[in-house]
Design a protein around this ligand. Sequence first.
Ligand code: S3P
Length: 174
Amino acid sequence: MKNIVLSGFMGTGKSSVGRLLAHELSMTFIDLDTLIEKDSGLAVKDIFSTLGEAHFRALEREAVTALVSGRTGDGIVVAAGGGLVVDESNRALLKNWAVIICLTASVETILKRTERSEQRPLLAGEQREAVVRRLLKEREAAYSDCDFSLDTTDLGLDEVVKTIKVFMERGVKP
Ligand code: S3P
C-alpha cells in the first residue's frame, strides 16, 4: 500500500489515528514531531523557545527530505506536525511520496482536545481560541490541498481509522 501522510491542525487526531491505522495495515508509524525531538535531543516546545519557530520549520523540512529520499523505506504512515504542510515545497515532496489525508475538527473540539497539552507552544498563550481561528484561516488552502479530507469532530478513533482504510483500499471517498 502507498505511504500515508496524515496532515491537519493540532488536536485533529493525527498521532492517535496514525498509530492505530499503521497497526491495522501492518505499516510502520512515524510521528514527525517525535522524530525531530529524537534527532535534536530537544522537545518541540524547547526548540520553539530556545531556537525559534523558524529553526523548527527548518528541522521539519529536513525530516521531510529524509523521509521522501526513501532511506526510511516504504509502507509508512506519517503523522505530520500541524504546520508542516503550510510549506508548499513540503507538500509537493509529500504528494509524490504518499497519499495525503487531512483530518479536520471544529474549533470547539480542537480547543477541548488540546486544553491539557503543554507541548504545543503555539497554543500556550491566553488567547487560545483566537489563535486557533487565525491559524485555521491562514492554513485553509494548505489543508485543502490533500487527497482526502475527513472531519473527526463526531467520530471515534475506530471510525476514523475504518473510513481511511476504506478510502485506501477502494480508492473512493466513503
Ligand atoms: C504545530 C503543531 C504541532 C508541532 C508544533 C507546531 C503547528 O504538532 O509540530 O507545536 O504549527 O500546528 P501537532 O499538530 O502534532 O500537535
